[in-house]
Design a binder for this molecule. Structure first.
Ligand SMILES: *[C@@H]1O[C@H](CO)[C@@H](O)[C@H](O)[C@H]1NC(C)=O
Ligand SMILES: *[C@@H]1O[C@H](CO)[C@@H](O)[C@H](O)[C@H]1NC(C)=O
Length: 620
């Protein structure tokens, strides 16, 4: 979900953005966090060359070695490094603004499918509007309960490897929204302003409503009250022939930026848009989707979360710029989609775990009813120009829907338990299975991205664990060769992955440092160092496999689109005894196929278990 990070970096940027501000009360914990370090130049150069070894040819590698030598010895590297170190001294985080810009706000691809991840929740047992609204009402109450912890500052601080993590992202996911610009987007966070919002937006049959979720005494509405309000919304949005205004937000960002300016010329439209942007979050009450077999159900829901199913289904029942959108279908479907700029997956699933637990213990108790006013419907004046923009957005959305290939694999044979029994890191084990699956399908290995959290540092976001290493390559090659010591090679590859993951979360990976040096060169207005214009650099950043582990207590799975047109997006949630894996690709690429890759992953996992068990038996 860090799509096209490498291609969109073109110009220096300076910005004052509300996104990294947090309410003052939580500054105590935040102040104690260390700053993101700038790794040493020599270390990054060495690690970069090592990372290239399994993915580029010997000639390319030799050429790059020379460029790296020049970069190190010729003074250019030192100068850029000094510039970065100066930036690190002057800012709270040398990377965070650059990263926000280059990975997200400058990125012009649509947010739907290309950057916004979805989450598929387990299928619910309702099949009608009552069930849908009851579920949505409880969910809304659960999120408001979670919001209390944010407002009252008693959100538990998370830890990784014994170190407290930056909690800033939690303050960015509610009451915020992305706003398109003609060349660059922004994110506005209304939680920080003088009058934080007290409403959510609900969308049904493409019609948006403002639902006030607090009483005049600032207590949240009860589940019962929310249910009644949802029913009113449902009853006054029965027409299904409305213009799907929200589909505009699924467009290419430049196109949407232009359409946006045109849309908000009208005062009513501007106020309606602002009400959506300012709302705490959005709830999409989706129309039922075509039924599919149980086997395909999860994959269909993943697609529904990522794009809504197309113009004639639920793609217009969204505001894709909204940071958090919960999706509840009349057919028992539920999940969410979130705009990636303000936060990574872990805070989102932490919220889900909390809300799901809350919903399990909450029953609707009928309470005496204080009459509440009718939720306000948001009006839009559809001029011929807006109508034309909607038609274009519908066409493009339908193309995206046809292009996205999704397969959710609910791997049921084992989970974290098996690698743990054999004293292997479950994450590294699954990553090696992905490497093996890819190698078996393509007979080569590819540049592989696994996101690593930088939240040990103030305002830290992510760096990349480069999964493909000389050791992972030796291991996958050995799996096809009866004469090799497969288990020893697997253990070695897993150990290397663990070390790379450790380095990454401690701020010692190479991707963001390389990006930083590139951006520093641009900011210094000097010529671009050759190492960044080299073929190897392009290959290293063409991530055919873009992966992320997003673990949760809830039996859900996150999903996101591939990072490159000819690659896969793979997100997995390893549970104790099973693994949920969402795989995406594009149909327009003939070489990729999500279902085929899913089968290869399943086989790889089973073969790896067999390998470990055979070896264990042989030893006894
Ligand atoms: C909504 O419509 C249904 C069916 O017509 C009706 O039973 C219910 O009372 C209505 N609810 C509200 C809040 O108007
Ligand atoms: C992976 O990326 C390379 C470019 O680095 C490309 O040539 C290749 O076709 C890609 N593989 C697949 C399976 O698409």
């Amino acid at each position: 979900p860090l799509a096209y990070a490498h291609v969109s970096v073109v110009k220096p940027c300076r910005l004052v953005r509300p996104v990294t501000q947090i309410p003052e009360r939580s500054l105590v914990h935040q102040e104690g966090l260390p700053k993101l370090p700038v790794p040493s130049l020599k270390q990054t150069c060495e690690r970069y060359l090592a990372a290239l070894e399994p993915i580029v040819s010997e000639e390319e590698l030799e050429h790059t070695r020379q460029l790296v030598q020049e970069f190190l010895k010729g003074g250019v590297g030192d100068r850029v490094q000094k510039g970065l170190e100066r930036r690190a001294r002057k800012t709270e985080n040398w990377l965070s603004e650059w990263w926000m810009q280059s990975a997200y706000l400058d990125c012009r691809m649509p947010v739907a499918v290309y950057t916004s991840p979805g989450v598929v929740l387990p299928r619910m047992h309702f099949h009608d509007r009552q069930g849908q609204m009851r579920f949505a009402a409880k969910l809304i109450a659960g999120v408001l309960e979670f919001k209390k912890m944010i407002d009252n500052e008693n959100l538990p601080v998370e830890y990784l490897s014994g170190k407290p993590l930056c909690m800033d992202q939690y303050y960015q996911i509610l009451s915020s929204c992305r706003v398109p610009g003609p060349k660059r987007d922004t994110v506005v966070n209304h939680a920080i302003g003088k009058t934080p919002p007290t409403h959510i937006t609900v969308v049904h049959n493409f019609q948006f409503f403002v639902l006030d979720v607090y009483n005049s005494d600032s207590t949240p509405l009860t589940v019962d009250q929310i249910y009644m309000q949802l029913e009113k919304i449902w009853n006054s949005s029965l027409q299904t022939n409305k213009e799907p205004i929200g589909i505009l937000t699924s467009q290419h960002r430049n196109t949407w930026g232009k359409a946006y300016n045109n849309l908000i010329k009208d005062k009513t439209n501007k106020e309606s848009v602002r009400a959506i942007q300012k709302s705490i979050f959005t709830v999409c009450l989706d129309a039922p989707m075509p039924r599919v077999s149980d086997e395909l159900y999860q994959s269909r829901v993943a697609a529904q979360m990522l794009h809504g199913g197309g113009a004639r289904w639920n793609s217009g029942n969204r505001w894709f710029d909204k940071t958090l959108q919960f999706i509840v279908g009349e057919d028992g479907t539920c999940g969410l989609v979130y705009e990636h700029a303000p936060a990574e997956g872990p805070p989102i699933v932490f919220l889900i775990d909390y809300v799901v637990k809350y919903m399990q213990k909450t029953e609707i108790v009928r309470s005496p009813m204080v009459p509440l006013s009718m939720p306000q419907k948001l009006r839009f004046n559809i001029t011929p120009e807006v109508k034309r923009d909607i038609e274009k957005a519908k066409q493009n959305m339908n193309i995206m829907v046809h292009d996205l290939d999704v397969k959710v694999l609910m791997f049921s044979h084992f989970g974290k338990n098996v690698p743990k029994q054999h004293k292997l890191s479950p994450d590294a084990f699954i990553q090696m299975a992905l490497q093996l699956a890819y190698f078996r399908m393509y007979n080569i290995c590819c540049s592989t991205y696994e996101s690593a959290s930088l939240r040990m540092f103030k305002y830290g976001r992510t760096d990349a664990i480069r999964v493909t290493t000389v050791d992972s390559l030796r291991y996958v090659q050995a799996m096809e060769d009866p004469s090799k010591q497969k288990v020893a090679l697997l253990q070695k590859a897993v150990q290397t992955h663990k070390e790379n993951a450790y380095n990454a979360i401690h701020g010692q990976a190479i991707d963001r440092h390389l990006l930083g040096m590139k951006l520093q060169s641009i900011e210094d207005l000097t010529s671009m160092p050759e190492i960044f214009m080299d073929t190897s650099y392009a290959v290293a950043h063409h991530y055919n496999l873009s992966t992320s582990q997003v673990g949760s207590k809830t039996d859900c799975v996150m999903c996101f689109g591939p990072m490159v047109p000819d690659g896969y997006g793979v997100c997995y949630n390893p549970m104790d005894e099973h693994i949920n894996i969402a795989i995406t690709a594009f149909n327009s690429c003939e070489e990729t196929n999500a279902a085929k890759f899913a089968r290869a992953v399943e086989d790889a996992l089973l073969d790896m278990r067999a390998l470990l068990e055979d070896t264990a038996t042989a030893k006894q």
